[in-house]
Write a protein of this length. Sequence first.
Length: 446
Amino acid sequence: MRLFGTSGIRMKDLDPQIAYKVGFALSQKVEDVVVARDNRTTGEMIKSALISGLLSGGSTITDIGIVPTPTLGFSTGKHQVGVMITASHNPPEYNGIKLFKRDGTPYSPEEEREIEEIILRGDFKRVDWRSVGEVLRDENAHREYRDHILKHLSISREFNVVVDCANGASAVISPYLFTDVGSHVISLNAHLDGRFVGRMPEPNRENLQETMRIVKGLNQGGGDYIGIAHDGDGDRMVAIDERGRMADFDKLLAVFSKYIVEKTGSKVIVTTVDASMSLEEFLGDGVKVIRTKVGDVAVSQALSRYGALFGGEPSGTWIHGDVHMTPDGILSGLRILEMMEYFDEKLCNLLDQVPSYVNLREKIPCEESKKSPVMKYVIEHGERVFQRSPETVDGARFNLEEGWVLIRPSGTEPCIRIRVEGKNSSVAKDLLEKSVKLVKEALSVL
């Protein structure tokens, strides 16, 4: 049984018995745990089950209530382990469990496997009635996180910002922090509702149509509003520029990376294998770009390994290592303002400085049992197809002069994911056709 995926446990109609077992397994290893949740309708049920398991093993729990994931991650610094009850950007019928270490980084796959193995073995030791743990409440978590973030910001200009919280946990703090730095804030979907009635928590183009129209409408008379949109738990951020355009993920990552390099002098940026080749081109030869597996776990590990200050995924999951090590969409949004002030430029103009390339994606259905042999075939035979040796950090990435191909097994679905990028549409289409043919060829011989 595999419980943990690429970002903790996430399941539709998550069974509270799983939460109880995770809590019980965790109690066999640690004594001091901080727990929080987002505002999904099943959150209190899952949290109660988790806490019951922790208490059964004698752990002491500090409950900080409904907070965004970055607040929980930051608060873990005072405890051995942090547990966030959230399914992040997934629809309301989902819930999940994500574990964090004292330094604010998520559990590694190896550490998650240890918890799974305790559960599989049923290797639980229940304490007697005299040693059952206790539940404490911490009402200061919001304030401590807020003060820490503000201490690391340098914003003197007044900005106009639409903050879309998706009716999620970021609503309890994000609009207030933007106000704290002097912005004029219009809040959207800023009341807590675990049904996500304003929009679904995934901050994608489809779900942000209304938000984009609002930003564009506010600026038709010459205004200069930008939009910051969060997912369900506030660990991600999507920006909307002054023209009402959802910022291209790769372009935003490139512009912000340039800001970090110029302001701090740091010469290392961390990103994932699925980020655009425009990042290296935009930053230039003097900056080393480290590419990791997809997922914030790998990004945080690389930040520590290479001493980098910033690492981000194109999805908007960014880690600001000079502030804290948990992915933080609220801090990311605030630092967009900081970046705009530093360059003294509108967001739309900054984004337009980054080269535009053609990106295409495809998913090929593939059973879990066939993923490994398919990837082995792709790695062995892809060199013949693309005339390049692949990078195998995460799947197989083939870098060519006019583009690149990434073929990797999905960590959440029974499929092989293909992403290609080309300097023009004909290159991108050709790379996608070759990639799809290669994967289908691999499936046909298995």
